[in-house]
Design a protein around this ligand. Structure first.
Ligand code: NDP
Length: 287
C-alpha cells in the first residue's frame, strides 16, 4: 500500500478532546453544560444505534443529551409541537431529529421547523443557504468531518481539483460547497454523470458519497490524490459473514492514492465528533 492511511478515529479523538475542553470552559464560567435534544421517532434498529452512540459521545464530552422518544404512530403535528417547545426551551442548545422519519411525516417540514440557531445537524434550509452563500452557519457533520480530514492531511486546498461523487443534501452538496468555499475547483457527479472515471482521474481530492460498494476503482484514482470514502455498505462474504465496505475499492485505490480513509474508521468517527463540536458552538452562542 502506497497511500497514507487517514486515521479518522485518531482525528475524532483529538476533536472530541478539544470539545471537552470547551465544555469545561463553559462550566468554569458558571454556565450549565451544553445540552443537545435528540429526537427519535419509532424504533428503527439503525437509528437506535446512531442515537445511542450520539448520546454516549455527548456524555463523554460533558454534553447533556436529552432524549425524546416518540412512538412510530406519532402524528406529525405532535412532533412539530415538540420541536417548537425545544426551540423555545432555554435549557436546550442544539436539536437533532434523527432521520429517516416514518413515511407519514414530511422530514423537510420538520427540519424547517427547527430554530436555525439550534440546528446542529445543519440541515435547515437557512443553514444550507448560508453554506452555499459562503456565510457562517451550522454545517452538516459528515462533510464537515471530511473537510477536517482533508485539511489535516493535505493542508491548503485552494486551486486543487476536487470531485464529489453524490449530490445529497446531507453529504454531497454541502461537501462541494465547503470545498468551493476553500477555493478548490469542484466538480459534482451523480447518477446521470458521463465519463465518471475520466473525471475522477483529474481529481486531486476525491470524495465518494454514493452508497455503492467499491464503485470507485483503483484505476480511477489520480496518483497521489487524497481519497475520502464516505460510503457505508454491508457486503456479504461467500462464507455468509458480512463486513462493511466503502464506495471505494480500498486495496486497489490505496496503491495509487497519496492518502485514503478506511471504512470503517475513516469518515464515520468524525461525523459524531463534528456533531459535538456544533453543539458546543451552539452553547457558546447562547447568552
Ligand atoms: P444518497 O442516496 O442520498 O445519495 C447518493 C448519491 O449518489 C446521489 O446523489 C446519487 O445520484 C449518486 N449516485 C448513485 N448512483 C451513482 C452512480 N452510479 N454514479 C454516480 N453517482 C451515483 O446517499 P447519502 O449522500 O445520504 O449517503 C451516501 C453514502 O454515504 C451512503 O453509503 C451512506 O451510508 C454513507 N453515509 C455515511 C455517513 C458517515 O458518517 N460515514 C453519513 C451519511 C451517509 P442522484 O442524485 O442522481 O440520484
Amino acid at each position: 500500500m502506497a497511500a497514507r492511511l487517514i486515521d479518522g478515529r485518531a482525528h475524532a479523538a483529538r476533536l472530541r478532546e478539544t470539545v471537552r475542553a470547551r465544555v469545561e470552559a463553559i462550566r468554569a464560567a458558571g454556565q450549565r453544560a451544553p445540552a443537545l435534544a435528540v429526537v427519535l421517532v419509532g424504533a428503527e434498529p439503525a437509528s437506535e444505534v446512531y442515537v445511542r452512540s450520539k448520546t454516549r459521545a455527548c456524555a463523554e464530552a460533558g454534553i447533556t443529551a436529552l432524549e425524546h422518544r416518540l412512538p412510530e404512530s406519532t402524528p406529525e403535528a405532535d412532533l412539530l409541537d415538540l420541536v417548537v417547545r425545544l426551540n423555545a426551551d432555554p435549557g436546550v442548545d442544539g436539536i437533532l431529529v434523527q432521520l429517516p422519519l416514518p413515511p407519514h411525516m414530511d422530514a423537510g417540514a420538520v427540519i424547517a421547523a427547527i430554530d436555525p440557531a439550534k440546528d446542529v445537524d445543519g440541515f435547515h434550509p437557512e443553514n444550507a443557504g448560508r453554506l452555499a452563500s459562503g456565510l457562517a452557519g451550522f454545517v452538516p457533520c459528515t462533510p464537515l468531518g471530511c473537510l477536517r480530514l482533508i485539511e489535516d492531511t493535505i493542508g491548503r486546498i485552494a486551486g486543487l481539483d476536487a470531485l464529489v461523487i453524490g449530490r445529497s443534501t446531507i453529504v454531497g452538496r454541502p461537501m462541494a460547497s465547503l470545498l468551493l468555499n476553500r477555493s478548490a475547483t469542484v466538480t459534482i457527479a451523480h447518477s446521470q454523470t458521463r465519463n465518471l472515471a475520466a473525471l475522477a482521474r483529474r481529481a486531486d481530492i476525491l470524495v465518494a458519497a454514493v452508497g455503492r460498494p467499491e464503485m470507485v476503482r483503483g484505476d480511477w484514482i489520480r496518483p497521489g490524490a487524497c481519497v475520502i470514502d464516505v460510503g457505508i455498505n454491508r457486503r456479504t462474504l461467500p462464507d455468509g459473514r458480512s463486513r462493511l465496505v466503502g464506495d471505494v475499492a480500498f486495496a486497489e485505490a490505496a496503491e495509487v492514492a497519496g492518502a485514503i480513509t478506511p471504512v470503517p474508521g475513516g469518515v464515520g468517527p468524525m461525523t459524531i465528533a463534528c456533531l459535538l463540536e456544533n453543539t458546543v458552538r451552539a452553547a457558546e452562542r447562547t447568552p
